[in-house]
Design a protein around this ligand. Sequence first.
Ligand code: HEM
Length: 543
Amino acid sequence: MGLAQKLSGRSASVSTETACPSNAMDLSRIIAVYTQLSTLSILLVSVAVLVGIHFLSCLLQHWSAQSLPGPFPWPIIGNAVQLGNTPHIYFSKMARKYGDVFQIKLGSKPIVVLNGDSIRQALITKGADFAGRPDFESFKCISEGRSMAFGNYSEHWKLHRKVAQTTLRTFSTRNIHTKQTFENHVVSEVKELIHLFLRKTQKTKYFPPHHYLVVSIANIMSAVCFGNRYSYDNFEFQQVVGRNDKFTKTVGAGSIVDVMPWLQYFPNPVKTLYGQFKELNIEFSEFIRAKVVEHRKTIESNIIRDMTDAFIAALDRGLVGAPGVCLDKEYVTPTIGDIFGASQDTLSTAVQWIILVLVRYPDLQKRLQEEVDKVVGRSRLPTIQDQPHLPYIMSLIYEVMRFTSFIPLTIPHCTTTDTSIKGYPIAKGTVVFINQWSLNHDPNKWDQPELFNPVRFLDDHGALNKDLTSSVLIFSTGKRKCIGEELSKMLLFLFTTLLAHQCDFTVEKPPPMDYMYGLTLKPNEFQVAVTLREKSKFVSQGR
Ligand code: HEM
């Protein structure tokens, strides 16, 4: 019986029996009922007093001179409900009210949110102070707690990041030869993708391209990381790369389980999602580990076939950094996992947005095709060397990154020492959210930021305005800046240019730019039809 039911049942019996207390038996029952009632009342009053004290201490903390400005946090949940489905937009709204630096609470955890100019001040001027990662429950599940991307700032982390960054460059952007090899992976995957798109269009006319784009991008990165690709219907690969949405929902800034860990201990939807997150991380690590085991069996000492071989060669003997710092073979799987995981989720989200923009704005698609036809012609395929001569394509890619800001908040940061920003003291270990979206939509920096307009990045002579492109913040900055920025720009350029050079993308009606929130903002499903453009010989002839 619930408390309310208990109370109403008791009060009904009290009212009838107190009307005619005829004997001692009745009197003792009445006393017993009153005693029970007063125990309940005392309990209720105590709870009310406790809530009141908590509420008052929240108010006092909120008003104290030292504390950062910010919205009032409710007891127990803090500001969790106010965040809604679009925390980055809520934060930008709060920044207009409280300034670029303000504080919220999620559960009982205080969180500092950085917006606008304060982001570069913190991440560059005070780089090391803001380079930590919080001690979140969800981060411990990634790569069995050995992830570089989700690991805290330390000498060990510095060595880990250095080896990841150097190896990644060696297999992508280091020189003309590495770029050429990377380009070959992109070209052969785009070719497969076009074949598939044409088959889908023939069969159903319009189809959702999302899943095929994910597999296509994951295949490019699989070629670089493991030296092989998978067919579009390979079940194991689909299981590994097809659940990015669940991953991204849990590690996105503001994920509930990280700030209210007690939600894991009784059945509720957050617990279910978190359970799936843990499971998919285990499966992901198992997939990568199997690749590493396979590579160790066949590796030859002086032939490095792919990135997995390179990490085995670098780490199996132990890599020594600052005194007492060493990375051993246990880090091969987590490092390759970081690179494969971070790249395929972000890049496939980017190309989904690019295709959406091409079909939503057919005029822009046409202008892009005209530019590539004029520079490249129809008798050969575009290459990475064409990039400096195709400013409109690059302006469209930058505008997609600025407008969608599809990683609106970075992976959460944390302060590594007592520090300050804009005169506000911030204690060591404070969780910090970086709102990239706020910079990309700042009306003081961008003319009509809510308008999708690629030519904003072109100067009067039609050249790319490098000052403006460097103002777009989507790869973060400072010590935690994305290590895949150069590779991403190269891949997005090639992928977009090859598709636009070869194909027309059409839709029945222009899709909206709606999305699902997470670490990456993923566009909602839309349908396209793909046809070959005139004189597209790519599919039948190859290169
Ligand atoms: C358009 C594509 C991409 C975007 C927008 C992007 C963006 C980001 C962002 C915002 C962060 C978090 C930085 C922070 O916490 O301050 C990050 C971290 C990271 N990214 Fe990317 N990324 C992209 C592609 C890639 C690729 C292709 C790779 C690898 C090949 C990669 C590897 C990483 C790694 C390893 C980290 C962790 C860095 C650290 O914690 O020190 N990313 N990325």
